[in-house]
Design a protein around this ligand. Structure first.
Ligand SMILES: Nc1nc2c(ncn2[C@@H]2O[C@H](COP(=O)(O)OP(=O)(O)O)[C@@H](O)[C@H]2O)c(=O)[nH]1
Ligand SMILES: [Mg+2]
Length: 367
């Protein structure tokens, strides 16, 4: 289940929609052929009214339908929409298009009936003119909505695409603790960099496959790496969105303090992230194990197991453990990374298992 915002097609302005409708209407009228003038004019005028309304309302309905439905989209995307452009506005402006389309079809019906009922040219022409006037005034009322959708599309197009079905690992920690390095060593391809449209914040997404199951790793620089007081409502919303997709959180700590953040501040951040993502299972991992003096006790053993592992089976590779008994890795030397990856896969799987027999709250299974 994925919402691909990049696929949204451009939204026309009110004038462009009017042009489209009226020029198609004119062409349709030009094609009318009848030797009897009154029949010809009547047909031309009804065709104009109907074609104009048809083309424009079809465009509006198609646009409305092509935008993902808020009710059916994954929570992550919905929170993103809310954070970027607002769900209420999203719903309102799309429904305006539906409303406009309906009005236009009604206008076409009414004015075509007027044209058909009369044999007087003046009445027929007036009915056509009136229809065009009413169609234009509906379009004028839709102008702000089309403009809003046009602008929102440009914003939404940049939203990250997160697959809801794949396990997602959120990688957090203070700046420079080694999040990017960790994601890159695990990623099979290049890391994608997405921008949150509403801030300068970025979202980095890396992928790896385990037994053909794609796993996503996301890093949220600027969002989960600094103290709470600075976060605005929108950023909090983005964090809420992340919470909806995360199956596991890896919190990286750099105890060498080479990252520039003290251990104390990193611990404070850890507590904040725990509070911000209360529903996500978390593993705290110490990074840059290669900088430790001495190296972790089982460094050689882990390095050997990992280099000898043939990629088959689901072995319990020894996890690299530091002096304090914490899980650690070196992304740079690639030691401890495979064992951690296997553990991440196991934890994601455990966290994502939904009991297929589970029923919605309030329902009781019949025995
Ligand atoms: N020695 C060592 N340096 C590392 C390791 N991982 C990252 N670094 C370095 O730490 C710095 C910050 O790493 P980066 O991945 O960009 O951190 P991020 O800000 O958390 O994404 C860079 O200079 C990396 O080369 C590691 O495992 N060992
Ligand atoms: Mg980084």
């Amino acid at each position: 289940m994925k919402v691909v915002w990049r696929d949204l097609i451009t939204v026309l302005t009110e004038d462009e929609v009017l042009d489209k409708g009226f020029s198609r209407a004119k062409k349709a009228a030009d094609r009318v052929d009848d030797p009897v003038k009154v029949f010809r004019v009547r047909k031309q005028l009804t065709r104009m009214v109907q074609t104009a309304a048809d083309v424009m309302s079809q465009y509006l309905e198609d646009t409305e339908k092509s935008w993902p439905s808020l009710d059916r989209m994954p929570l992550f995307d919905k929170s993103m929409v809310d954070a970027c452009v607002g769900c209420d506005d999203y719903r309102h402006h799309l429904s305006m298009l539906g409303w406009g389309a309906k009005q236009m079809r009604k206008i076409a019906k009414q004015n075509a009936a007027k044209i058909i009922r009369s044999a007087r040219f003046e009445v027929m022409h007036d009915a056509r003119k009136e229809a065009y006037g009413r169609l234009s005034s509906i379009m004028r009322r839709l102008g702000p909505s089309l403009q809003w959708l046009h602008e929102s599309r440009l914003v939404l197009r940049k939203l990250p695409v997160i697959d809801q079905v794949c396990p997602t690992i959120v990688v957090c920690g203070a700046p420079n603790v080694g999040k990017s390095a960790f994601i890159s060593t695990l990623s099979s391809g290049n890391m994608e960099v997405n921008h949150y449209p509403f801030t300068t914040k970025q979202l980095h997404v890396g992928h790896f496959k385990h037994r053909r199951v794609p796993h996503q790793m996301v890093d949220t620089p600027g969002l989960l790496d600094r103290p709470m007081d600075d976060r605005n409502a929108i950023e909090l919303q983005a964090i809420a969105a992340i919470q909806h997709v995360g199956s596991l959180c890896i919190f990286l700590m750099d105890i060498s303090e080479k990252c520039g953040t003290s251990i104390e501040d990193q611990n404070n951040l850890l507590n904040e992230v725990k509070a911000l993502l209360p529903e996500i299972d978390m593993i705290v991992v110490v990074s840059k194990a290669d900088l430790m003096e001495p190296l972790p006790d089982n460094w050689d053993a882990v390095q050997q197991f990992e280099s000898e592992w043939d990629g088959e089976g689901e072995p319990n590779l020894p996890v690299l453990i530091d002096e304090e008994g914490c899980v650690t890795i070196s992304a740079q030397e690639e030691v401890g990374v495979i064992a951690l990856r296997l553990e991440m896969v196991r934890r994601c799987k455990a966290n994502m298992v939904d009991d297929p027999m589970s029923l919605p709250e309030g329902w009781h299974r019949q025995s």
